[in-house]
Design a protein around this ligand. Structure first.
Ligand code: C5P
Length: 235
């Protein structure tokens, strides 16, 4: 990625919370310590989508993680609606039709389309069961090439895949990595994790961090420590 980003703007806090009230309380607690938030299924389907506009109006960036995949026309109309809300990132599954429709519909609105190559909960056996011939590594590579050819703005990947994908797609595509755990933090259900500093050194542009912040006793202090670690890794 060519843009030079401040450390704080590379941390995306996943608002994996059950209600708008809980999310608003977390945003208030974090204050200026966070500038970028992710709204996924849980909050979006609990009435959280109008928060995209409110956060954007308050100068924050919003990653809408709804992983769209449908016929091209439906994807395009959804992308148009989300770009009108002021979202910065939106995920789609990395199917060529879906990616083409999303990139065409985002136009020059400022919304960036991120592709999810293969869900990190899938292994080779899951892909085979779902009817795929390729294993995870081959399918991730094929879809990364397709995403780049189509003009996708970024890829979501595990930090372990970041260096390999950077080698495939080059510097201009943003790599966004969940699975971040500061040293000593609870791992939870994540399998392939890295510390913030190591993920940045592996080539990640943005780090998505949920539970290490939103479940911390002091979320603001947890966020500040992660930003500090990102800053240290980028000098
Ligand atoms: O709490 P934690 O830091 O594990 O949250 C990570 C966030 O990133 C969650 O919102 C999760 O849905 C999302 N995510 C992920 N792995 C992916 C894609 C998204 O953990 N492959």
């Amino acid at each position: 990625m060519s843009e030079k980003l401040a450390a704080r703007d590379r941390m995306i806090v996943a608002l994996d919370l059950p209600s708008v009230d809980a999310a608003e309380a977390m945003i208030a607690k974090l204050g200026d310590s966070a500038s970028f938030y992710k709204i996924g299924y849980q909050l979006a389907y609990a009435g959280g989508l109008p928060m995209v506009r409110r956060l954007a109006d308050a100068g924050k960036k919003v990653f809408v993680d709804l992983k769209l995949h449908d016929i091209g026309n439906t994807v395009a109309r959804g992308v148009e609606s989300l770009s009108a809300l002021g979202a910065t990132f939106l995920t789609v599954h990395a199917y060529p039709q879906t990616m083409k429709a999303a990139v065409a519909a985002r136009g020059d609105s400022g919304l960036k389309i991120l592709a999810v190559t293969v869900l990190t909960s899938y292994d080779d056996a899951d892909l085979q069961e779902a009817g795929y011939r390729l294993g995870v590594r081959e399918l991730v590579e094929q879809r990364a090439h397709q995403a780049q050819d189509i003009g996708i703005d970024g890829l979501v990947c595990s930090p372990e895949e970041a260096a390999h994908l950077r080698g495939i797609v080059g510097p201009s595509i943003a790599l966004v990595t969940p699975g971040i755990r500061p040293a000593g933090a609870a791992v939870g259900d994540q399998k392939r994790i890295m510390t913030p500093a190591r993920a940045i050194m592996a080539g990640a542009d943005y780090l998505v961090v949920g539970r290490p912040i939103v479940e911390a006793a002091d979320p603001k202090a947890a966020a500040d420590a992660i930003v500090q670690e990102i800053a240290t890794a980028t000098v």
